[in-house]
Design a binder for this molecule. Structure first.
Ligand SMILES: *Cc1c(COP(=O)(O)O)cnc(C)c1O
Length: 413
């Protein structure tokens, strides 16, 4: 008899976005004439840029010839892409990463979910709260999160990011083995300064903590002083693994490509504490066993992001989303709502008026304005009383959504 992994039974029943989809569908069934606008799920809407699609067409043609056909590639990714990453994403910021430290993936979700395999199931974890649900759920699946009690997992240290601390997470007063950080942040859209990030690196160095740093939104940073990579902080190479994704950077949510950096100096202890071993060869071993690489076409597409045209075109699309964000911020603020984020990230974190709870406000806005947001509490206990809006929509849709929210809010008064 095959016994199931019963940790799966502890998971909350549905993935957050499945719950939202269900409620939206229920609304659509009872209101068949209504046109619902979604500012909920974090998916992009603008097409791939020409530099990328040209590279993809060319890659397809390569595969159609005997001379340029590519079968299995290196599990770690093609060297030409890893070199382009090192040269463009890190060197200009004074960060030296070796291509052997870069692992091309099929998106950051896989790696942020899978990286936990490298460390024992009984490590303690810390997360900023609210948080991207994958970090916690992937730990629940292998039993590392403990048991759910009063909306919190027993082995997880929640580090609140709230209005009270202006969304600056405070260093915990106890040690944890593993910390997840995501900046610019999903869902709050807030960023971390170099000074604050330095505190986390120093905490990790002092407490022998491993940091998983998710930089999926670094391309949205507009403020020059905000760090794009944790490796901009001295000492981070010893303590941090960093995740990147082309999904939000260049609209690759359907193409699938990103990368993970595992520095050579990064080590973790063996159970008896007698030895420290580097995680880089372990991750290579893991990937070689369970992953056969990202498609040649996706990697050629990613390479094209680093050409001069690619850079220009990608920047223009990010500018489009950030113009949406600015317009949304201004309009919602004018309506008297308290809005955070949206300045260096494509997310706006909006406080619900009159302490309405997140799910209730979600339903009110759906039924009142036919606009879908994401209830903040779906990202963790500190998200209660907030909703997340994304600026990934079409301009017209964003404008129409704001118009409807305005009308609805005025009617509510
Ligand atoms: C969208 C997102 C990712 C990227 O996921 P992909 O698998 O690369 O599409 C990673 N982390 C966060 C926090 C995200 O919001």
């Amino acid at each position: 008899m095959a016994l199931i992994n019963d940790h799966y039974l502890k998971l909350t029943k549905n993935y957050l976005f499945a719950d939202i989809a269900k409620k939206v569908n229920a609304f659509k069934v009872s209101h068949p004439r209504s046109e619902v606008i979604s500012l909920g799920i974090g998916d992009v809407t603008q097409p791939l840029c020409p530099a990328v699609t040209e590279a993809m067409h060319k890659a397809v043609d390569d595969l159609a010839t005997k001379e340029r056909f590519h079968g299995y590639g290196p599990e770690q990714g093609y060297m030409w892409l890893r070199e382009a990453i090192v040269k463009n994403d890190f060197l200009p910021r004074g960060v030296h990463i070796d291509p052997s430290e870069v692992f091309i993936n099929d998106g950051a979700k896989s790696d942020t979910g899978n990286i936990g395999e490298l460390v024992r199931w009984d490590n303690s974890i810390g997360v900023t709260d609210p948080i991207y649900p994958v970090y916690i759920d992937s730990n629940v699946m292998i039993g590392r999160a403990g048991v759910m009690k009063d909306g919190q997992w027993s082995n997880v240290t929640y580090i609140p990011c709230s209005e009270a601390n202006n969304f600056v997470p405070q260093i915990p007063d106890r040690r944890v083995d593993i910390i997840y950080l995501c900046y610019p942040n999903n869902p709050t859209g807030t960023v971390i300064t170099k000074e604050e990030l330095k505190k986390w690196v120093n905490y990790a160095l002092k407490n022998d903590t491993l940091i998983f740093y998710d930089a999926a939104y670094e391309a949205y940073i507009q403020d020059e002083s905000i760090p794009h990579s944790i490796y901009e902080i001295k000492g981070a190479r010893k303590v941090a693994i960093e995740f990147h994704s082309y999904s939000k950077t260049a609209g690759f949510t359907g193409v699938r490509c990103g990368y993970t950096v595992v520095p050579k100096e990064l080590t973790a202890a063996t159970i008896d504490g007698s030895e420290r071993l580097p995680l880089n060869p372990m991750w290579l071993r893991r990937q070689s066993t369970k992953f056969n690489g990202t498609s040649y076409i996706s990697q050629r597409a990613a390479e094209a992001i680093y050409t001069p045209e690619g850079k220009r075109q990608v920047k223009a699309t990010i500018g489009y989303y950030m113009d949406n964000a600015l317009m949304m911020r201004n309009a919602l603020t004018r309506l008297g709502l308290k809005v955070y984020g949206g300045e260096n990230a494509p997310y706006l974190w909006v406080k619900t008026p009159g302490n309405t709870d997140s799910w209730k406000f979600f339903e009110q806005m759906l039924y009142g304005a036919q606009v879908v947001c994401t209830p903040g509490v779906g990202f963790g206990p500190s998200g209660e009383g907030f909703v997340r809006l994304t600026s990934f929509g079409e301009r017209d849709n964003c404008e129409e959504a704001l118009h409807r929210i305005g009308r609805w809010m005025n009617e509510r008064l």
